[in-house]
Design a protein around this ligand. Structure first.
Ligand SMILES: Nc1ncnc2c1ncn2[C@@H]1O[C@H](COP(=O)(O)OP(=O)(O)OP(=O)(O)O)[C@@H](O)[C@H]1O
Length: 269
């Protein structure tokens, strides 16, 4: 990943309207149970490099399924999907995923948990240790390198999981309700930090949430989905300036966007 210069401006001004897509879905469909459960139907979208997409929709509308299709953990039942120029369908090192539960190894300390992707693939070198220390600094965990997961709060454990995800070097980060289990205050802090990290690393992010404020605060665009079978009902462009801090949630522009998303969701969330 490259270090990004600045990102203080709107999506269109960041060249995202004209850049080639990094993820493209056309008439994407996914069924389970021999076709009896239609999780996704006729889903169409593009994601541009460096874009932050929030995915919101009622429970069971296929948000996690969509992420797992992008990750190559599932194979689609219909339509097309290309990720980084190749047909999606197998896991790739350029794509990383993080879940609501941090899934850390309890018997390994924070540093070893972050180094894990390297230990499992190429074997960890001194350079990998230095990089893991830098990532722990980036997620605000310096001083906790040798703590064990059970000595950390939920928010700190999610920071470790985030550092571990970043240590894969993936260009596309898929985050499935990563802060859903955290209290409001911790979630807000982590949202601000996630935007800072994205800005530094220029990652492309797909972020699933049930929280309208979180969806709008983070995103360049919010993908709003309908109840099962999941479809993309509407894409809401979030033309709020960057960098953003939490004070933006008090502005009229922010609240108008949040109301808009709420209206599209209707009573379904
Ligand atoms: N492996 C599976 N086998 C059968 N059905 C599945 C499977 N995975 C998902 N489904 C079904 O597909 C639909 C979409 O599930 P998915 O987990 O993607 O929804 P979601 O929007 O992420 O839900 P939530 O917000 O509750 O996490 C649901 O009806 C679910 O029961």
């Amino acid at each position: 990943m490259n270090v990004k210069p600045d990102m203080t401006i709107a999506r269109s001004e960041r060249g995202m309207d004209t850049a080639p897509a990094i993820i493209e879905a056309r008439n994407l469909g996914m069924t389970f149970a021999g076709g009896s459960v239609v999780a996704l139907e006729d889903v169409n979208f593009d994601v541009k490099p460096g874009e932050f997409i929030s995915l919101i929709g009622p429970s069971g509308c296929g948000k996690s399924t969509l992420l797992r299709l992008v990750a190559g953990l599932l194979r689609r039942s219909g339509g097309q999907m290309e990720v980084l120029g190749k047909s999606a369908g197998t896991p790739r090192e350029e794509i990383g995923m993080m879940f609501q539960k941090p899934t850390l190894l309890a018997w390994k300390n924070v540093l070893d948990n972050v180094i894990l992707p390297k230990t499992l693939t190429t074997g960890a070198t001194d350079k990998d240790h230095i990089k893991a220390l830098e990532l722990l600094h980036l997620v605000g965990l310096e001083g906790f390198e040798f703590s064990y997961p059970n000595q950390l709060s939920g928010g700190m454990q999610q920071r470790v999981a985030l550092a571990r995800l970043l240590n894969t070097g993936a260009e596309i980060l898929l985050l499935d309700e990563p802060f859903g289990a955290l209290d409001e205050f911790t979630r807000e802090r982590l949202n601000v930090e996630l935007l800072r990290i994205q800005r530094d690393l220029q990652a492309t992010i797909l972020f699933v949430t049930h929280n309208i404020q979180e969806a709008v605060f983070l995103a360049d665009r919010v993908f709003v989905m309908t109840p099962r079978p999941g479809r993309l009902t509407e894409i809401v462009e979030v033309d709020l300036p960057r960098p953003r801090d939490i004070s933006i949630t008090k502005t009229e522009a922010f609240n108008n966007l949040a109301f808009k998303v709420r209206d599209i969701l209707g009573a379904s969330i």
